[in-house]
Design a protein around this ligand. Structure first.
Ligand code: ADP
Length: 251
């Protein structure tokens, strides 16, 4: 399974990604975590990224695309992955499309966590307070001023991805303001839904019904209208009943 989690900072992408990795046996690929590790290790990428991240701006596309290209080729990503924090711009999404196509891979879904921006600031303040209470190190970009910049970067550069993936019929939106468990349940419902629709079982009627999804209703997520099924059923019923009715009348 290969997924993208989309949403502004503080939307809960990391929390949900961690739960999904356990459930589906796939790895979480967070470009934010990878970049922070690079900064901490003082690698050339880290040196480039440090000041950009501290300002809450985005690291150049070519840098993150190179990181992801290398990472998705590693053995632990073979079973699938959840991208958390990537892609963050339309050019990154286009680069991802190319990377996957080159490897003959596809995405299963793009899950958007929809949140109230006014509440995000409070969430991040709580995250900082909780981490401080646990004696953990605080992210240098987890402060109100930088968060404003991160939200602006999201609105200007990342939010257009909602339209990008909606246009491809891949976007699934979830209410990110619900409880953590409810968000996980909503995500799981989305993940089990399309998988069933795209793998019809062997009965003739089901195969034809799946065909009608393909030709129309699937784009807007609506349930397919199964107009053909009742007709066939009534014909079958007539055919089945005819001899016995005649038999009854003859008697
Ligand atoms: P957030 O909590 O804002 O979602 P992340 O941990 O995903 O934070 O990312 C932290 C910072 O790392 C971002 O503000 C940005 O500077 C950089 N970053 C992470 N992923 C990307 C990306 N795909 N493209 C550009 N910059 C990125």
């Amino acid at each position: 399974m290969r997924l993208i989690l989309l949403g502004p900072p503080g939307a809960g992408k990391g929390t949900q990604a961690q739960r999904l990795t356990g459930k589906h046996g796939i790895v979480q690929l967070s470009t934010g975590d990878m970049l922070r590790a690079a900064v901490a290790a003082g690698t050339p990428v880290g040196l480039k990224a440090k000041s950009v991240m501290e300002r809450g701006e985005l690291v150049p596309d070519d840098v993150v695309v190179a990181i992801i290209a290398e990472r998705i080729g590693q053995p632990d990503a073979k079973r699938g992955f959840i991208l958390d924090g990537f892609p963050r711009t339309v050019p990154q999404a286009q680069a991802l499309d190319r990377l996957l196509a080159e490897r003959g891979l596809t995405l299963d879904a793009v899950i958007e966590l929809k949140v109230d921006e006014g509440i995000l600031l409070r969430r991040i303040e709580k995250r900082v307070a909780d981490m401080t209470a646990r004696g953990e190190k605080i992210r240098s970009d987890d402060n109100p001023d930088v968060l404003k910049g991160r939200l602006e970067a999201y609105r200007a550069q990342t939010a257009p991805l909602v339209g990008y993936y909606a246009g491809k019929g891949m976007l699934k939106s979830v209410d990110g303001m619900a409880s953590i468990d409810d968000v996980t349940a909503a995500v799981s419902r989305h993940l089990s839904g399309p998988a069933r629709a795209s793998k019809p079982k062997s009965s003739g009627r089901k195969r034809r019904a799946a065909g009608s999804i393909k030709s129309g209703a699937r784009k807007d997520g609506a349930r397919p209208k199964r107009r053909a099924a009742p007709k066939r059923k009534s014909r079958t019923t007539r055919r089945k009943n005819r001899p016995s009715r005649r038999l009854t009348r003859a008697r």
